[in-house]
Design a protein. Sequence first.
Lengths: 74, 74
Amino acid sequence: MGKPTKVTNSIRALRFAHGEMTQAELAERLGVTRQTVIAIEHGRYSPSLEMAFQIARVFGVPLDDVFQYPGTEE
Amino acid sequence: MGKPTKVTNSIRALRFAHGEMTQAELAERLGVTRQTVIAIEHGRYSPSLEMAFQIARVFGVPLDDVFQYPGTEE
DNA sequence: TGGCCATGTTAAGTTTTCTATACATGGAGC
DNA sequence: GCTCCATGTATAGAAAACTTAACATGGCCA
């Protein structure tokens, strides 16, 4: 299945910071399934770029606040 | 085939701004094929998040300088 | 105890991303 | 003219992302 991705994320923290938003609620807002949210949140695979942009938009933060690519900081 | 993606990018401009870097050269730096670079540059499909991070890193700019998601600005 | 809710797992299948190969075109230089 | 080189197109297939559906667990509360 999905390669254990190098990209990490802060989705869980952002969900709780946004009114205890549930995974189901986030999934619905993104127009994807709950399983997709769970898989991304757990880092089982990294989302597509479009999905990443959408997630960042839901939380109203820049992309880099949601996803971290190790080694990006010089 | 690939869905006509909503994400646009500035790869071509960035390539030329970085010493007339060719598509083949960029592809090699990314560890992908030339076809992948062409397809992404033409917006035939949006790259994976990991690929996007790698591209941004090659040019030494933040992700949002390479890719634009329409409607992200409020 | 029993039901509901949020979370998590698994498996099978579809769509999108990416690879590999082959071939076409126009420009620059010999 | 011919040959490189950068760019582009097309096709088939592999790999990764995503869907759908089914089921399992632990917490809460009436």
